[in-house]
Design a protein around this ligand. Sequence first.
Ligand code: IVH
Length: 386
Amino acid sequence: MDQNTAFQRIQELSRQIEHHNHLYYVSAKPVISDYEFDQLLEELIRLEKQFPQLKQPESPSQRVGGTITKEFKTVVHKYPMLSLGNTYSETELREFDERVQKIIGDVPEYICELKFDGVAIGISYENGVLVRAVTRGDGVQGDDVTANVKTIRSIPLKLANGNYPASFEIRGEIFMPRSSFDKINDTIYRQLQEDGYNEEEIADRLLKNPRNAAAGTIKMQDSKVVASRNLDCFLYFIYGENLPFKNHYESLKQAKEWGFKISEFYLKSKGIDGVFDYINEWNVHRFDLPYDTDGVVIKVNDFRQQQELGFTAKSPRWAIAYKFKAESVSTKLLEVTYQVGRTGAITPVANLEPVQLSGTTVRRASLHNADQIEKLDLHEGDYVFC
Ligand code: IVH
C-alpha cells in the first residue's frame, strides 16, 4: 500500500472507530459486534506501525494506552477549578434560593443535575481535537493526565464535524462504574489470596470505594492499566470565549450534540419547588444507577443571571450542591474505652478512625453495654459501620 492510500485508510478507520465508540459508550446503542470493532482497531494499529509518520495524536489507537508517564506535568488552569458550596439541609437550600432571588430580583430557572462521585477533570479542545486533560489539583493548578484520559472511551478524541468553538474547555467528573469497581476488587482479592495474604491484609489492600479507585486510577503511570479499568466520564460545564449559548441548558444540549456524554437526568425547574421534587426522587432512585452519586447540583440556568450573582472567594453564588445523607460508612475501630456516667453507669465507647458522615466527623460511638461488644465479636482493628 502506498503512503497516500494508507493515509486515506487511516483517516477512514479512525472516523469509523470513533463513531462506533460513541454508539457503544455514549449512546449505548452499538450497531456492530465487538469482533468487528476489534478488526477495525487492529487494522488501524497495523497501518500505524507500518507508517508511523501517519499516526495522529488524536488517533483512536491511543484508547488502548501504552504511554508511561513518570511524572505528571503541572498545568495552571486557564479557568480556576472552583468547588461548590454544599449543604445537607433543606433550610439552607431555601436560603440559597432567597439569596439568588434577592440579587436577580426574579424567580430563577434552575437546572438540577446529579452530583457524580468521582474526580473533577478539565478537558481542552482545539479545533475539535482533544489536546489536554488536567485534574483539579489545588484548583489553581493540576496534573496533566492527558494520556490516561484518552483511554476513556466515552470521551471524544476528535469531535465529529459541527459548529463547536475553535477553542474551549469542558469540565466533568471521571468516575468508576460500580461494576468495574467490583470486578477489579475481585481480581485483586483472588490474586492476594493466591499470594497467601490473610483476610485482614487483603481488606487493607482492596480499593476502598469507586471514587478513590477513580482518583487512584487517573494518576497511574501506565496508561495501559488505566485503559483496562473502564473509567467513564460525565461532562457538565463548558468554559470558553464568546460561547454560542445563553444558558446552561443550551450548553448541555450542544455538548451532547458535539459527542460528549451528558447525563440524561437533568431537570429544568422554574423556582425551588421542583428542585425539592428532584432531590426527593433521586434520594431514592440513586441506588438504581450503575454509578455512585452523592447529591444534586443546582445551577441558575441563565448566564446573565449567573454573571450578576458572581462568585465568593471559593465558589460560585449561582450554584450549590445538596448532598445526600450517607446511609452508613465504614471505619476502623481503634480502641474501646469506658466512660463513667453521672449515675455511675459504665458505657463502653468505640474510638474510631475519624470518618465523614453526612457533614460531620464521627470519632466516637457509644456501644451501650459490654454484652453488645461480645455479641458483635468486636476487636480493635476491626472495620465497623456507623
Ligand atoms: S458543577 C463552577 N456539576 O462536585 C461549577 N460539579 O464541589 C462547578 N461534581 O467540583 C462544578 N457532579 O467535581 C458540577 N453535575 C455536576 C457535578 C459536579 C459532580 C463535582 C465537581 C465539583 C464538585 C463540587
